[in-house]
Design a protein around this ligand. Structure first.
Ligand SMILES: Nc1nc2c(c(=O)[nH]1)N[C@H]1C(S)=C(S)[C@@H](COP(=O)(O)OP(=O)(O)OC[C@H]3O[C@@H](n4cnc5c(=O)[nH]c(N)nc54)[C@H](O)[C@@H]3O)O[C@H]1N2
Ligand SMILES: Nc1nc2c(c(=O)[nH]1)N[C@H]1C(S)=C(S)[C@@H](COP(=O)(O)OP(=O)(O)OC[C@H]3O[C@@H](n4cnc5c(=O)[nH]c(N)nc54)[C@H](O)[C@@H]3O)O[C@H]1N2
Ligand SMILES: [Mo]
Length: 766
């Protein structure tokens, strides 16, 4: 009998040798397994585990708020669990008493690990609700602008993600696939909660083999592997909206727009048309106009518009396009362009929002309502759009807007984090360092001594998925996994659940938090609920014991091909959208009503804060793309042998066009400094003609490693360079992809990397 474990990057089989020693193998049912997860047990990771509760020395000796500038720079004192839990409970009670629960930030953004019960973010939210509430976050770094926008113009992102037209349908029906930002198979290694079968490479290759023609638009070309030639139209970063407008202009000018579809299924086209034609602002959005912005020849744009109209065309957009200033616009304009083509709801036509961004999009599996830990009720109303954390800490009381509402940042005294790494995910990390000094207390649950854990006051050691029982499940991945512990907890690590249960007991909230159940009790309860919900969907799941026995349930018998928005297209009265008009909103009265100059009522081109056509290129002439890493998930497992094998001289690779490298006298493997006015990091040069001139690419996820003497980040973490402003007053989404830099070097004597060193740990009262 095979035992399994689930992770964001796939299901793995747990093998044991004669001595009982466990190891991980790829999942036999997976056609394209990811190697990332095979390295979860590397010794290089094990040595970075947090083994015992630890308290920053000044905080322990002098109390909350002591020497916040020393966070990340002074030793930790290791204490007993009893001491640590007493300190945390007393501090939560103190802050609650003195400032109220709205002084506690528990947004705690981050991917944590697969497993539906031991999901750290759900656990911390449930716990903080049980003790009176916390300041929460809205949306994600992934889809800040897109998630806020889509419900107003089509449908909520989660609904759309689960509805994407299946790969098989596209292989059958699509003739032309136009990708803004590729379909990166490297990203489809991942699905939140656990990939089942990796489908993207297979899906793309089958489409190409069936004769689908691919056009890849954007600054990078090695993000679309179809096994065949694909045309690359080089367009400057953050300018896709201008190009899409020009495509729309040609459709309109040449009578190729599907007026019938626009009238039947959409609202507001006429309003948008006044902008498109130039009636509104005097500027017709012609291919020549767009060419000056994007760098794409006008003739190619015009021809592409005609090709789109003449074929069954699928338009795809990468999520990264909305991780930019005015990030709503490319998503809105993609939907508008697809609406003008009139193929939305037809097999193989319409639009995709992120094929390749994770494995989920295009999978034919049923959408299973997987187990979820109930969160309880949050008595605090304050929130922030997730990527506004530094603004919140730096400017308590300052106003902000979000989806039409007006709010103010709360005054945070205590930060509680479990399952995320803000010194990975946030932009402009030098600014975050300054903001990080504001709270009196920062508490982390972590498995590893990450850069964020090193910058906390109290660190409580958490177990990994490989050390606990759980249920693995991910919407539309087609599996439920009975996750088995593979090894004993490292050191004194405890499950997040047990830590919160002990704290809740100290704070008189044990009943609310645990409802009298231990982990096993919760797993049984959550499974029983899932079983009931599935039965209502016509899916019979086995009893809990039989599920445990089998180790895994496959839902593939319920697979069925999907066509996005098929029912809506067929009958708008019977299956209306949940937008104010029930239709696709090319003009949104609601959004127009918010009166935001940076996000009006229809899609528009606006110059990004930093871009290759704007001011600032004199000093920082390169556009930096900080995309998702090939060899890890964000910062997770960065110390694994697999991730470090992708580095050169210990540093991340900076992909740069050979001519841009030549102009700076740089050769492969040179260590360079990438810089702008916000910061400076080192990276290793990798020349590549797969990025366009004027663009450099640096994966995210290298553990943040600033040199205390110089302030230079040594490891290649692009977030010391990125811009920390909201995408717009509408969504306040993350704008990481809007960023100009310059590159200099080579650096003669690069200092050693210290990211993977433990902090100084002193023995305390144990
Ligand atoms: N420049 C730039 N920045 C970006 C992006 C970009 O494109 N460019 N992308 C953004 C995006 S889309 C995202 S989603 C974010 C990702 O940002 P994060 O989700 O914060 O990154 P992770 O590295 O996955 O951090 C998860 C942390 O949780 C810990 N963890 C895992 N399991 C458990 C557990 O069971 N218990 C506890 N207590 N801890 C656990 C891990 O050790 C790890 O430190 O980054 C964003 N940042
Ligand atoms: N291996 C791995 N996979 C992952 C993750 C990971 O950490 N590791 N993270 C997961 C997460 S949390 C998320 S949210 C998704 C994110 O998925 P995406 O947001 O799609 O990921 P990125 O790799 O940042 O960007 C995709 C492509 O868009 C291109 N691009 C960037 N800016 C522009 C632009 O302005 N115009 C055009 N046309 N193209 C542009 C980039 O060159 C890149 O090749 O990935 C998921 N998958
Ligand atoms: Mo993400």
């Amino acid at each position: 009998m095979t035992a399994y474990t689930a992770s964001h990057w796939g299901i793995y089989e747990v093998a044991r040798d004669a001595a009982g020693q466990a190891s991980l193998r790829s999942f036999a049912d997976d056609p394209d397994p990811s190697p990332i997860g095979l390295h979860q047990m590397d010794a290089s990771l094990a040595r970075l585990r947090v083994l015992r509760p630890a308290v920053r020395q000044s905080w322990l000796e002098k109390g909350p708020g002591a020497a916040p500038e020393l966070r990340g720079r002074e030793p930790f004192v290791e204490v007993s669990w009893e001491t640590a839990l007493d300190l945390v409970a007393a501090e939560l009670l103190r802050v609650r008493e003195a400032h109220g629960n709205s002084a506690i930030f528990g947004g705690s953004y981050g991917w944590s690990s697969a497993g539906r019960f031991h999901h750290a973010q759900s656990q911390v939210h449930r716990f903080l609700n049980a003790v009176g509430g916390y300041v929460r976050h809205m949306d994600s770094y992934s889809l800040g602008a897109g998630r806020a926008l889509m419900p107003h113009i089509v449908a909520p992102m989660d609904e759309l993600m689960a509805q994407h037209t299946s790969w098989h349908v596209m292989a059958e029906h699509t003739q032309l696939f136009v990708a803004f930002g590729g379909v990166p198979a490297k990203n489809a290694q991942i699905s939140a909660g656990g990939t089942g079968r990796h489908r993207v490479r297979e899906g793309l290759h089958r489409m190409a083999a069936r004769g689908v023609r691919f056009v890849n638009i954007g600054p990078v070309h090695d993000n679309l592997d179809t096994g065949a030639e694909a045309e690359w139209i080089q367009a400057r970063p953050n300018t896709d909206t201008a190009l899409m407008l020009a495509l729309a202009w040609v459709l309109r000018e040449e009578g190729l727009a599907d007026r019938g579809f626009l009238a039947r299924c959409c609202t507001g086209y006429e309003r948008f048309e006044r902008y498109l034609s130039g009636e509104e602002d005097g500027q017709p959005k012609t291919p020549e106009w767009a060419g000056a912005i994007t760098g794409v020849p006008a003739a190619r744009t015009a021809a592409l518009a005609r090709e789109m109209a003449a074929h069954r065309t699928m338009l795809n957009i990468s999520w990264s396009l909305q991780r930019a200033t005015y990030g709503e616009q490319p998503f809105w304009m993609l939907v508008t362009l697809a609406a003008m083509l009139g193929q939305i709801g037809l097999p193989g036509g319409g639009f995709g929002l992120g094929y390749g961004a994770t494995n989920l999009m295009g999978s034919p599996h049923p959408r299973l309502p997987g187990p979820t830990l109930p969160q309880g009720r949050n008595a605090v109303r304050d929130f922030i759009p997730v990527s506004r954390i530094a603004d919140m800490l730096l400017h308590p009381g300052a106003p902000f807007t979000y989806v039409g509402g007006h709010y103010a940042y709360p005054d945070i005294r205590l930060v509680y984090w479990a399952g995320g790494n803000p010194f990975h995910h946030h932009q402009d990390l030098n600014r975050l360092e300054r903001a990080w000094r504001k709270p009196e207390t920062i508490i982390f649950h972590e498995q590893y001594w990450t850069p964020a854990a090193k910058r906390a006051d109290i660190v409580l050691p958490a177990t990994t998925t490989l050390e606990r029982n759980d249920i693995g499940s991910s919407t539309k991945e087609g599996y439920l996994v009975a996750m088995r512990p593979v090894s004993a907890p490292a050191g004194e690590a405890r499950d997040d659940y047990d830590i919160f249960a002990a704290l809740a007991a100290r704070m008189g909230a044990a009943g609310t938090y645990t409802e009298g159940l231990d982990s096993e009790g919760w797993l049984r309860r959550l499974y029983a609920e899932t079983r009931q919900k599935s039965a209502r969907q016509g899916i019979d799941l086995p009893e809990y014991e039989a599920f445990q026995e089998a180790g895994l349930v496959s839902l593939s018998a319920h697979d069925r091909p999907m066509v996005m928005l098929e029912a809506f297209r067929a009958d708008q009265a019977e299956s209306p959208l949940n937008t104010p008009s029930g239709r696709i909103e090319i003009f949104s009265e609601r959004i127009a009503g918010f009166g935001l100059p940076d996000c009006p009522g229809y899609p528009v081109w606006r110059e990004p804060a930093e871009w290759l056509g704007g001011p600032g290129t004199d000093r920082h002439p390169l556009h930096l793309l900080s995309d998702q890493p090939v060899r890890r998930l964000h910062s997770q497992l960065d110390a694994s042998g697999y991730s470090t094998a992708g580095k050169v001289r210990g540093r991340e690779l900076l992909y740069i066009h050979p001519e841009d490298a030549g102009a700076r006298g740089l050769a492969d493997g040179d260590i360079v400094e990438v810089f702008n006015d916000r910061g400076r990091c080192q990276a290793a040069v990798q020349r590549s003609a797969q990025v366009m001139r004027g663009v450099v690419r640096l994966n995210t996820g290298a553990w943040y490693d600033p040199d205390p003497a110089t302030g230079v980040e040594k490891h290649g973490n692009p977030n010391v360079l990125t811009l920390d402003v909201g995408a717009s007053g509408f969504s306040q989404g993350c704008s990481a992809q809007t960023c100009l830099v310059e590159v200099s070097g080579p650096v003669a004597d690069p200092p050693p990397i210290t990211a993977f060193e433990l902090p100084d740990l002193l023995p305390g009262n144990r």
